[in-house]
Design a protein around this ligand. Structure first.
Ligand code: ATP
Ligand code: MG
Length: 199
């Protein structure tokens, strides 16, 4: 039997409810059996001095997916040395799961705008089908011709939440309840994350 595996990559600093909602909607619309959330170990396109510790981001991801039996969290990008490249992750997943698993990489429309700058970007759509969910502010981004036809655009209209906005709210003492799952809320409070200021 063919397994349809969704992949949610991201910095997840922190993971928030729209990440979960888009994964759920993609799973429903594309008939995915499972969605694995993979926090980036060393997101090389970000200023690494300002990104929270990978173990904290992984801990929050694990807490966030625990309540949904379709969702899992993977530390494969934390455990791989060097900069985190999605192409390596897709190759590793392909090796682990074999040819009978179909891979679907789920991302927001903002990623569509920058994916051409990713490492070995031309190989990405050979390795997985790409699913881009709509995101406020990115309605007019076109699919790069290099991505070919292994791309699906999913219109999922929801309010805009970003990890950046959540970090800012915490640093200002504003509530983030209902923007992130409660266990993530508790983790952020107990560990004192994001208090220092906006990044
Ligand atoms: P940051 O503000 O730190 O960039 P983010 O909210 O964009 O955080 P990321 O970890 O950068 O979250 O993104 C992980 C994935 O989730 C990306 O594919 C991104 O496009 C998608 N995503 C995040 N928030 C939304 C949203 N509100 N709508 C659609 N896609 C989203
Ligand atoms: Mg982002």
């Amino acid at each position: 039997m063919t397994v349809r595996l969704g992949i949610m990559g991201g910095t997840f600093d922190p993971i928030h409810n729209v990440h979960l909602l888009k994964a759920s909607e993609a799973a429903h619309r594309l008939g995915l059996d499972e969605v694995v959330f993979i926090p980036a170990g060393r997101p090389w396109q970000r200023d690494l001095r300002t990104v929270s510790d990978a173990e904290e981001r992984y801990a929050m991801t694990k807490l966030a997916v625990a309540a949904d039996s379709r969702f899992t969290a993977s530390r494969m990008e934390l455990d791989r040395p060097g900069p985190t490249y999605t192409v390596d992750t897709l190759r590793e997943l392909r090796r682990i799961h074999g040819p009978r698993t179909r891979l679907f990489f789920i991302a927001g429309a903002d990623v569509l705008a920058s994916i051409g700058t990713w490492h070995e970007s031309r190989s990405l759509t050979d390795l997985a089908h790409f699913v881009f969910c709509s995101r406020q502010g990115y309605e007019r981004v076109d699919v790069a011709p290099t991505l070919g036809d292994r791309v699906t655009l999913l219109h999922v209209p929801v309010w805009e939440i970003s990890s950046t906005a959540i970090r800012r709210r915490v640093s200002r003492g504003q509530p983030i309840r209902y923007l992130v799952p409660d266990p993530v809320l508790d983790h952020i409070a107990h560990r004192g994350l994001y208090r220092a200021g906006v990044r």
